[in-house]
Design a protein around this ligand. Structure first.
Ligand SMILES: Nc1ncnc2c1ncn2[C@@H]1O[C@H](COP(=O)(O)OP(=O)(O)O)[C@@H](O)[C@H]1O
Ligand SMILES: [Mg+2]
Length: 381
């Protein structure tokens, strides 16, 4: 069993992973200080410490640090190497961009794009309750990131989706971090590596069986935690079924509870299979819910902010379904126009029998007049 998966963040009484609050990070990490300045802490996770610093251009970077001397097994180094390789080859919206790696005898550093956002576990522990509409946005955007990574070459399964690994910014941009235990065809050993975090882990992961459905399970558990503010670990189980319904707030519609159930089905075959399917089921639920008009509006503004920063992966609830609607209405109005032209042609022909050639001019002009009036009324609101 891989030890790092279940071990909590290693905070010590003197600070994170042995650093004290007034430790001079530039002295501890001189090789890092050669290239980056204003080094400070961000967090300490299962795999190491995360620092931030400024580069020569004043751009903030995040730096994941692995202290080779304090790892408990060689596996930790292997997982860190795996994260480096995954990020190096993964350039998708919603995943921090790889910048570089630095190695010394003592430390391995992974320098990546700094994300100005908080992890969901920090939001939860601070007592923040997201609006249901915001939860839908977070779920939709995370599903989109999963869809992107699982359909990439090679396909990637994250395997450690949990609140600490999903970052959400004030403008509701969503990021997935911590690719240390991903499964990808690039890594030959993934099938035998046990990975995940208790409470969020899909049952089949215990047997090293990973498909994208395992990420859906963990995302479902994460959403249950977010919606209820209760950790899935603290909820009762009936056999393998998590009894989460009684914690769900009243404003959360039934269809969403059903969706969560489909995400955390203990049987991987009965579960929602992947990010793509999740997006479809979620969009269907939202579209059919008469109370969710405001969600679409909120999402639209959130997504337009996203679009400025990146084009793919952070598409929102509305951007796709809205454009689908526009496409549909174009199709319908196209058919409608053809029908109208045939109708006017027929009326003109029959009119010419009574009023002579004048009808040829009169009827199309009247039809055009009506069309222009209707159009100007429509565009005027
Ligand atoms: N690129 C980043 N930008 C900003 N904060 C980050 C970044 N990567 C990680 N973090 C912060 O550090 C925490 C731990 O990072 P993570 O990659 O999950 O490390 P670990 O493998 O040790 O769990 C995250 O929960 C997040 O708060
Ligand atoms: Mg983590």
């Amino acid at each position: 069993m891989d030890k790092s998966e279940f071990s909590p963040a290693k905070e010590t009484s003197s600070g994170y992973r042995g650093y004290s609050e007034d430790s001079n990070l530039a002295e501890i990490h001189p090789e890092l200080a050669n290239k980056y300045h204003d080094i400070s802490y961000i967090a300490s996770g299962a795999q190491g410490t995360v620092l931030c610093a400024l580069d020569d251009y004043g751009k903030k970077v995040a730096i994941k640090v692995l202290d080779i001397q304090s790892v408990e097994s060689f596996k930790d180094i292997e997982l860190f190497e795996r994260e480096i390789e995954t990020l190096r080859n993964l350039s998708v919206p919603g995943v921090p961009a790889f910048i570089e790696t630095i190695r010394t005898d003592r430390y391995m550093y992974l320098v990546e794009e700094y994300i100005s956002a908080l992890s969901l576990d920090k939001y939860i522990s601070s007592g923040k309750r997201f609006l249901f509409g915001d939860i839908l946005i977070i779920l939709r955007k995370t599903a989109r990131i999963l869809q992107t990574i699982e359909s990439g070459i090679p396909p990637i399964i994250h395997r450690d989706i949990k609140p600490a690994n999903i970052l959400v910014s004030d403008d509701m941009s969503v990021w997935l971090v911590d690719f240390g235990v991903v499964a990808s065809k690039r890594q030959k050993s993934f099938a035998t590596t046990f990975a995940g975090t208790a409470g969020y882990l899909a049952p089949e992961q215990l047997y090293g069986k990973v498909t994208p459905a395992a990420d859906i399970f963990s995302l479902g558990m994460t959403m249950i935690h977010l919606v209820t503010s209760v950790s899935p670990c603290e909820m009762e189980m009936d056999d393998l079924d998590l009894k989460f319904e009684k914690y769900i707030p009243e404003n959360v519609p039934n269809w969403f509870c059903e969706l969560l159930k489909k995400m955390i089905d203990p049987s991987p075959k009965k579960r929602i299979q992947n990010g793509n399917e999740l997006i479809q089921v979620l969009d269907f639920g939202i579209k059919c819910d008469p109370n969710l008009k405001h969600v679409f509006e909120n999402a639209e503004s959130a997504c337009s902010q996203d679009r400025g920063k990146s084009e793919q992966g952070r598409g929102g609830l509305v951007s796709e379904s809205g454009s689908q609607d526009a496409h549909l209405s174009k199709k319908v109005s196209g058919k409608y126009k053809v029908f109208l032209v045939i109708l006017i042609f027929t009326i003109t022909l029959s009119f010419t029998r009574f009023v002579g050639r004048l009808g040829l001019f009169l009827v199309p002009m009247v039809a055009l007049g009506i069309y222009l009036i209707v159009r100007s009324k429509k565009s005027g609101g």
